[in-house]
Design a protein around this ligand. Sequence first.
Ligand code: ADP
Length: 267
Amino acid sequence: LLDALADQAALAIERIQLVADVDRARLAAESDRLRSALLTSISHDLKTPLAAILGAAGTLRDYFASMPEEDRSDLLSTVVDESERLNRFIANLLDMTKIESGAMEPNHALHYAGDIIGSALRRAAKILDGHKTEMSIPADLPMVRVDPVLFEQVIFNLLDNAAKYAPEGSVIHIEGWADADNVVVQVSDEGPGIPPADLTRVFDTFYRVRKGDQVRAGTGLGLSICRGFIEAMGGTITAGNRTGRRGAVFTIRLPKPTDIPKLDELR
Ligand code: ADP
C-alpha cells in the first residue's frame, strides 16, 4: 500500500515537472503581467490537491496500524480523487498549450455528431449521476467534419460544467439541428446561468465568473479548451442564457460539409 502511495506521489511530481516545462515554454510568449497571474493560478491549482494528497498519505503512513478500516479507506479515496483532479488539470494545461502553440493537428473526418455525443455522455456518466439528461438529435442530422477526440472533449467539458453549476436533479439538454449553413449542437442547463457581461469572457483562459469558488472546484480552463478545439475544427462556440428561464446555453456551430458522400459511396 505504501509503495502504491509512493508511486502516486512520484507520478504527481513527475507530472508537475512536466507542467513546469510546458509552463516555461508558455511563459516565453506571455507578457510580464500575465506571467505572474498565470503562475499564481497554476501554483494554486497544483498545490491544493497535492496538499490533500500529502496530508492523507502522511496520516496513513504514521497511523496506519492503529486506524479503523473506514478511516483508511477515506484517506485512500482522498489520495485517488485528488490525484485524478491533478491529472485532469494537467491534461487541460497540456491541451491548452497545444492549442496556443499551434501544435495541434486535428484528425478531421466525417462523423455523426450524435455518435460522438453518445460517447461523451457515456464518459461523463459518473459526473452526470445526480442530473437528468435529455438528448434530442434527429436521425437525419447531416454529418460533420470533426476530430472525434477533440469534439468529444468539448461536449464532455460542457456536460461537466452543466453538472457542476446546475442543481442536482435538474435536466441537462443536448439538442442538435441543421440550419442553412451549419450543424448546430446546443448544451443547456437549468443552473444559475451566466451574467451577460461575462458571456464572452468565460472562454478566456483561467477566467471564472465566481472567482475563488471553492465549492465548485474549477480551473477556468474548460471553456477556453472548448473554444480552441471548436475553432481548430472550423466552427464557433458561443455562450448565452435561456430566454425566460434560468440556465446557461452553449451553442456550437460547425459548417455543413459540402462533400458528404452518398450512402452507396460509403459502402
Ligand atoms: P471552470 O473550471 O471554472 O468551470 P470553465 O472554463 O469551464 O472553467 O468555465 C469558466 C467559467 O464559466 C466558470 O468558472 C463559471 O463561472 C462559468 N460557467 C461555465 N459553465 C457554466 C454553466 N453551465 N453555468 C453557469 N456558469 C458556467
